[in-house]
Design a protein around this ligand. Structure first.
Ligand code: V47
Ligand code: SF4
Length: 370
C-alpha cells in the first residue's frame, strides 16, 4: 500500500479509536500489516490509560502441573509425554500430597491463587477434577482455584459420560473458581489442524467457556502466535473471543503467548522478534475492546520484555508463579520461573506504572509482603 494511503487510513483509525468506536476485522488486519510500532504504542497506551490509569496488576500465585502425560500430541508442545512413556522418558505424575506439600510452604495470606493445568491424562474424568478442587479447598479454603483448560474440561466430560455443563457444575460445586485461558491456541481450523490436530476444536473451546460464564465462573483466553499462522488468523481468533464476550462478559484477561521453539516438533520455526510481540500486544489492546485486562505472561516473555509491554497496552503481569511450571521452561522459557511480589512491584515502578496487587477477579487487595 502506498505511503500516502497508509497515512490517511491511520489518521482515520486514530480518530475512530479516540471516539471509542469498535475496529472492524479489516481494520485490525490493516494495523498488523501497516501501522508503525510507535503509532501503535501511542494508541494502545492511550486506551490502556483510559481504562486502568497508571495501574499495572499482579497477583501472588503458584502453578501446579499434576502430570505431563497427554492423550494429545500438539506439535508446539515440549511438555507432553505420550501415555506409554515412563519416568525415564520424562513423564511425571504428582499426587495430591505433593500439592499439599507445595501449598504448605506458603503461610496463610501469602498466596491468593493456585493455577492448575497439565496434560490430558487418558484415565481421568470429572471425578478426578472434583477431588483435586475439593482437596485444595479443604486444606486452604481461602485460595482461589483456577483450574483446567477447556480442553481438559471437555475430556473430563467425555470420559465420564456427562455434558460439559454438568462437568463444570460439578467442578464448581467441588471448589473450582475459574478457568485458565489455555488450549485456545489458534481457532482457525486449518492452522489448528496443523499445530494441534486432534484436540478440542475451536467451537468446543468456546462452548466450554460460554457454559462456564453461564454458571458464573470467570475465565481467561489465550492466543498462541508466531508459528505458522498469518495475521488474518490472529484477527479471526480475537474476533471469535470478542463475539463471545459480547454475549457473556465472562473473560477477565486476554493472554497472547509467543510460540517458543525449543524441543518440540516445530523447532525449525524461528521465534518472532520482540518488536512483533509488542505489535501484537498493541493490536490486541485496540481490537479486543471488551476484555478488560491484557496480560504479559512474564514466564514466557522474560521479565524485561514484560516490563516494556506495559507501554504497549498491557496492564497485567500475571503473578509470582513459583518455579513449578514447566510448560515454558521445557520450550525455551525461563528455567525456574518464580519471583517475589516486591520484585514485581519494582519492575512495574521502574516502567512508570503503579503496581496493584489484585485477587483473581482483579479486585485490588492489600499486600502483606513476600
Ligand atoms: O495452551 C504450550 C501454551 C498454554 C508452548 O489463564 C506454549 O492466567 C508457547 O494457558 N510456546 C498453557 N506457548 C498456559 C496458559 C496460561 C499461562 C499463563 C496464565 C494463564 C491464565 C494461562 O501454553 C497452552 C499453549 O498455548 N504453550 N507450549 C510453546 N512451545
Ligand atoms: Fe497435551 Fe496441552 Fe501439550 Fe497439547 S498443549 S500436547 S493438550 S499438554
Amino acid at each position: 500500500m502506498q505511503n500516502e494511503k497508509i497515512h490517511k487510513t491511520l489518521g482515520f483509525l486514530e480518530e475512530k479509536i479516540k471516539s471509542g468506536a469498535r475496529l472492524e476485522g479489516t481494520e485490525g488486519l490493516f494495523l498488523y500489516e501497516n501501522a508503525p510500532l510507535d503509532w501503535l504504542q501511542r494508541q494502545a497506551d492511550a486506551v490502556r490509560t483510559q481504562r486502568h490509569g497508571r495501574a499495572a496488576f499482579f497477583n501472588r500465585n503458584i502453578h501446579f502441573e499434576p502430570t505431563n502425560t497427554c492423550v494429545y500430541a500438539c506439535k508446539f508442545c515440549a511438555f507432553y509425554r505420550p501415555p506409554k512413556a515412563g519416568a525415564a522418558e520424562g513423564a511425571w505424575d504428582y499426587g495430591f500430597e505433593d500439592l499439599r506439600e507445595k501449598l504448605s510452604a506458603y503461610p496463610t495470606g501469602s498466596l491468593t491463587e493456585v493455577h492448575i493445568t497439565g496434560g490430558v491424562h487418558p484415565d481421568r474424568g470429572v471425578e478426578y477434577g472434583e477431588q483435586l478442587c475439593a482437596f485444595v479447598k479443604n486444606i486452604r479454603p481461602e485460595i482461589h482455584v483456577k483450574a483446567f483448560t477447556a480442553v481438559e474440561v471437555s475430556y473430563f466430560a467425555r470420559k465420564s459420560g456427562v455434558t460439559v455443563l454438568e462437568a463444570l457444575a460439578r467442578l464448581q460445586k467441588a471448589g473450582l473458581d475459574s478457568l485458565p485461558g489455555g488450549g485456545a491456541e489458534i481457532f482457525d481450523p486449518e492452522v489448528r489442524k496443523r499445530i494441534a490436530g486432534g484436540k478440542a476444536p475451536a467451537h468446543t473451546w468456546l462452548e466450554v467457556h460460554e457454559a462456564a460464564h453461564g454458571l458464573g465462573l470467570l475465565s481467561n483466553a489465550t492466543m498462541l502466535y508466531g508459528h505458522v499462522e498469518e495475521y488474518r488468523h490472529r484477527i479471526d481468533h480475537m474476533q471469535r473471543l470478542r463475539d463471545l464476550q459480547d454475549r457473556t462478559a465472562g473473560f477477565k484477561s486476554f493472554i497472547p503467548l509467543r510460540y517458543r521453539n525449543e524441543s518440540n516438533a516445530l523447532s525449525h520455526i524461528p521465534e518472532v522478534t520482540p518488536e512483533e510481540d509488542l505489535r501484537n500486544y498493541a493490536v490486541a489492546r485496540l481490537f479486543l475492546d471488551n476484555i478488560p485486562h491484557l496480560k504479559a505472561y512474564w514466564v514466557m516473555l522474560g521479565l524485561e520484555m514484560a516490563g516494556w509491554a506495559l507501554a504497549y497496552g498491557v496492564d497485567d503481569l500475571d503473578g509470582t508463579v513459583d518455579d513449578t511450571t514447566r510448560i515454558y521452561s521445557m520450550a525455551g522459557g525461563m528455567a525456574h520461573p518464580g519471583i517475589s511480589s516486591n520484585r514485581l512491584k519494582e519492575l512495574i515502578s521502574a516502567h512508570g506504572r503503579d503496581p496493584v496487587e489484585r485477587d483473581s477477579a482483579y479486585q485490588p487487595i492489600m499486600s502483606n509482603g513476600r
